[in-house]
Design a protein around this ligand. Structure first.
Ligand SMILES: [Zn+2]
Length: 475
């Protein structure tokens, strides 16, 4: 009997030893399981997206339009200032979020004195053997995406940044084209796709081609882009063009592997819509960004113990206020849903009217009715035009026909479009304080492994450092 117990004990001890050995072996090949660190990391940045932009998305498009963002259980808040300026820019803010260090305005993951590169979250993920992805609705050599894979003294060094994109080890680029390859009149020169191909990337130009890419292939995916090498605003996007959510879903499909992945997804055109003080377009781009977050949430539900989702912003843009003096307590942002296209696209139309002639004042009013709802009192009495409104619009029409030429940055367009937008914004009860960024704090939402670390208040660089700690990438 004693011998029997001795054998049982010996066998049990061997089994325990084997278990420990196999657990250790598993841990050494699987960095996440030993530390409780997330294996799949999503870092979403709504460029220019303050709390008001999220609220506007819900007010214009319905609660569903922001439900993925708002469903994340952990919330926090971050400051946004650059090292050398109170109101930040996307390069300095992107650097803080990508590296955990604040820097000077214009730097792309370089120190403020430009003495050295700052290591990015994406590079740290690569060191762990994770696959990596960079998705943006603006050009991929634009400040925010660039901060994750490039290092440059200035965000305006587009060619240098694009060459770093080609030389990078990123597995998946999706969304925008590159500004470095656009001619001065906004036409793609098409030299850069060849450079990417020779660097080992497959280049896809539509949904079908992207679908044919298999996991493990490195890819740069884009389709319709505008003259600034960005995706269309969501409000203007054709049904056949890939959405930010599509690029995110394909990113998950292509990056998913046992070693994990890090994917940064930027809703870059929220910022551009806010620079243009374009309320309806802002709301729809917030919805597009939310839908991309929803793709990550779907993945998270399948891998709840190994996934971390962070959603934040680099700064607010436009000084968007939900309430104004014209409407007092009676503002109704839902009126913005009558707007059918971006101010940028409307300005393009007005520009061609001015060049081609033949669009009378009456025809212009018809367009304002169709595209902005202005004058549709049968739909909503708040859309009615007073005599003073008509006088303003008549003058703006004449000014536009008398010599408006397109070309101002960020869609600060022709007088007719600007006047129509100002009327609709004012009726909807929203207001803008600026066409630039503001210094207000921005929200953080998080879910998944380590998400609890992101509650409370932090600096933007502090958020990135928390992420490094959660992932076990720093002491
Ligand atoms: Zn901006």
């Amino acid at each position: 009997m004693q011998r029997f117990f001795q054998v049982r004990f010996f066998r049990a001890a061997i089994a325990c030893l084997l278990l420990v050995i196999s657990a250790c072996a598993a841990r050494s090949s699987d960095p996440s399981s030993s530390t409780g660190a997330p294996r799949y990391i999503f870092f979403f940045i709504g460029d220019g997206m303050g709390m008001a932009q999220i609220s506007l998305g819900a007010a214009v498009c319905g609660e569903e339009a922001v439900s993925a963002i708002r469903s994340l259980p952990v919330t926090g808040m971050i400051s946004t200032s650059a090292r050398d300026r109170y109101v930040t820019g996307s390069a300095a803010a992107g650097t803080a979020l990508a590296t955990g260090s604040r820097t000077a305005i214009g730097r792309i993951s370089r120190t403020a004195d430009n003495a050295s590169d700052l290591t990015t979250l994406l590079e740290l993920a690569e060191e762990q053997g994770m696959r990596t992805g960079v998705v943006s609705s603006v050009s991929l050599d634009h400040a925010t995406p660039a901060c994750f894979y490039a290092h440059a003294e200035s965000r305006h060094q587009y060619e240098r940044i694009a060459s770093m994109m080609a030389e990078s080890s990123v597995d998946y680029f999706g969304g925008g084209y590159v500004k470095a390859d656009m001619s001065v009149d906004g036409v793609a020169k098409n030299g850069f796709p060849e450079i990417m191909r020779s660097s080992g990337f497959r280049v896809t130009r539509n949904a079908e081609e992207l679908q044919s890419v298999t996991p493990g292939e490195r890819v740069w995916a884009f389709d319709d882009v505008d003259r600034k090498a960005a995706m269309a605003y969501e409000i203007d996007r054709s049904d056949s063009a890939l959405s930010l959510a599509d690029y995110t879903r394909h990113g998950i499909r292509l990056l998913d592997n046992p070693r994990g992945f890090f994917m940064m997804v930027e809703g870059g055109k929220i910022d551009w819509a806010c620079h243009a003080n374009d309320g309806a377009t802002t709301a729809l781009d917030v919805r597009a960004f939310n839908d991309a977050v929803a793709e990550a949430l779907r993945f998270y539900r399948e891998h709840p113990d190994e996934t971390l989702i962070i959603v934040t912003a680099d700064h607010e843009c436009g000084g968007l206020g939900l309430g104004n003096n014209e409407t007092g307590y009676e503002g109704d942002p839902a009126l913005l849903s009558y707007q059918q296209l971006s101010l940028e696209r409307m300005s393009g139309k007005v520009s061609s009217w001015a060049e081609d002639g033949g669009v009378s004042l009456a025809m212009a009013y018809d367009s304002l009715r169709v595209f902005f709802g202005l004058g549709r009192v049968s739909a909503d009495s708040a859309l009615g035009l007073t005599a003073a409104d008509s006088l303003q619009l008549n003058r703006a029409y004449q000014e536009a026909m008398d010599g408006y030429r397109d070309g101002e940055a960020y869609g600060k367009g022709d007088p007719l479009t600007m006047t129509a937008a100002a009327l609709l914004n004012s009726r909807a009860g929203i207001g803008w304080t600026t066409r630039s960024h503001t210094a207000v704090d921005v929200p953080v939402f998080a879910a998944g492994t380590g998400a609890g670390q992101f509650s409370g208040y932090s600096t933007n660089s502090g958020l990135a450092r928390r992420l490094m700690q959660v992932c076990g990438w720093s002491e």
